[in-house]
Design a binder for this molecule. Structure first.
Ligand code: PLP
Length: 403
């Protein structure tokens, strides 16, 4: 029997695990669209840390911004008290890039789940209502509030009781929108459902959702944690349909590889946290100055290099070049794609083969018959061409791989 690598043994022994079958790849370093193991093997990153690494791994501009801020100061005080230039500058850059009038203030958090928690609380405070509406197969995070608005019982039941008054609707079902009522504080939705297997909204669905929220006086919350920062071919996915939410929730690529989340709204809505009582949402590390410096550097790269536009062009390339008899459909937008295969069993075979083929792959939470293709947006056309070839070769091998 081959002895287990001692670091892997310690990883399994000393770290709390999330499943009995972690990928277990040891990372040596990462650069651009590649991740390297200690043996020097390089892997195309098809996951990008679930849409974190939009500007590529180890981007020198981001590393420089991190170093520069780390030399000035790290943590000094809980969020919201001291004036920290990286937070202020990043908040202004975000607001300047969003439709004028609707978005005026950014509240920084540590993570996506914390941003979701903050946004749900803000909607309850602003409306004075308690009902929350979410969609089937939505994922908004793993803390109690965010878990309450997960659109699947699979990962929820064991943790009940969760938040009361949560209603789950079917995504893209116009007929169910009349369930949004004067009791509803907030409707939370991903404008392109990620973990459901990249499900785009039906034409007019987000608009109808907006209209129903307006009629009921409910706030519309867009979770753009995976869809943001150029991934879908626009800076933010809501820009495809020009449907503007009341609260925009961000994380993942927001921090340029550092932990950071945020929710963004009008000054009027945001002010609900400052009174009756004050301190409506408190966070020690929210908007950490190093994370904000890294995030702003990454945001500048996305805008300067027009990575949203590039992501759309890459989508066209993939649709043209990624063809195989086992592929039924390619769903999604930009570099947020689900390559739907003819069976979940084939996806399992692909998963087993992927590391040996130099591909880093991971499943969707709620869709078992598709491969996630979401590399860093900085991937070159040459790399993309090689990546498509490798996916096709791996799909060829799935014909003979035993299960
Ligand atoms: N919302 C969406 C759409 C996500 O994909 C995720 C994480 O995968 C979250 C929320 C939660 O973010 P975090 O893991 O930073 O708490």
């Amino acid at each position: 029997m081959i002895p287990m690598n001692p670091l892997k043994e310690s990883f399994l022994k000393y770290l709390g695990q999330t499943s009995p079958y972690p990928i277990g790849l040891e990372i040596d370093h990462a650069e651009g669209c590649f991740v390297f193991d200690p043996e020097g093997n390089k892997y195309y990153d098809l996951i990008s840390g679930f849409s974190v690494s939009n500007t590529g791994h180890s981007n020198p501009e981001i590393i420089e911004a991190i170093k520069c801020q780390a030399e000035k100061y790290l943590h000094t005080m809980v969020y919201g008290e001291y004036i920290q230039a990286p937070q202020v500058e990043y908040a202004k850059a975000l607001i300047d890039s969003l439709p004028q009038g609707s978005f005026e203030q950014v509240f920084f958090t540590n993570s996506g789940a914390e941003a979701v928690e903050g946004a749900l609380k803000l909607a309850k405070r602003h409306t004075g209502r308690h009902e929350l509406i979410c969609f089937r197969n939505a994922y908004h995070g793993s803390t109690h509030g965010a878990l309450s608005v997960m659109g699947s019982e699979l990962y929820k039941t064991a943790f009940r009781p969760l938040l009361p008054s949560v209603r789950i609707l079917d995504f893209n079902d116009f007929a169910q929108l009349n369930q949004i009522s004067r009791d509803t504080a907030a409707v939370i939705v991903e404008p392109l459902q990620a973990e459901a297997g990249i499900i785009p909204p039906a034409p007019g669905f987000l608009k109808a959702l907006r209209e129903q929220c307006n009629a009921a006086g409910s706030l519309l919350l867009f979770d753009e944690i995976q869809t943001g920062f150029g991934r879908t071919g626009e800076l933010f996915a809501f820009m495809h349909e020009k449907v503007i939410p009341d609260i925009l929730i961000l994380a993942k690529a927001l921090g340029g590889g550092m932990p950071l989340g945020a929710f963004i709204s009008s000054g009027k809505i945001m002010s609900a946290f400052t009174r009756d009582p004050v301190l409506g949402h408190l966070t020690t590390f929210g908007g950490h100055p190093v994370s904000c410096a890294a995030g702003l550097a990454s945001f500048n790269i996305i805008n300067r290099r027009q990575l949203a536009k590039e992501s759309s062009q890459h989508e066209v390339f993939i649709r043209k070049n990624l063809q195989h008899p086992s592929i039924l459909e390619i769903r999604g937008k930009g570099l947020m794609l689900a390559v739907v295969l003819d069976s979940g069993e084939r996806v399992d075979r692909f998963f087993k083969l992927s590391l040996r083929q130099g591909l880093l792959f991971d499943y969707f939470l709620f869709c078992h018959n598709a491969i996630r293709v979401a590399p860093p947006l900085t991937i070159s056309e040459k790399e993309l061409s090689d990546l498509c070839k490798r996916i096709i070769q791996t799909l060829d091998l799935t014909e003979t791989q035993p299960i």
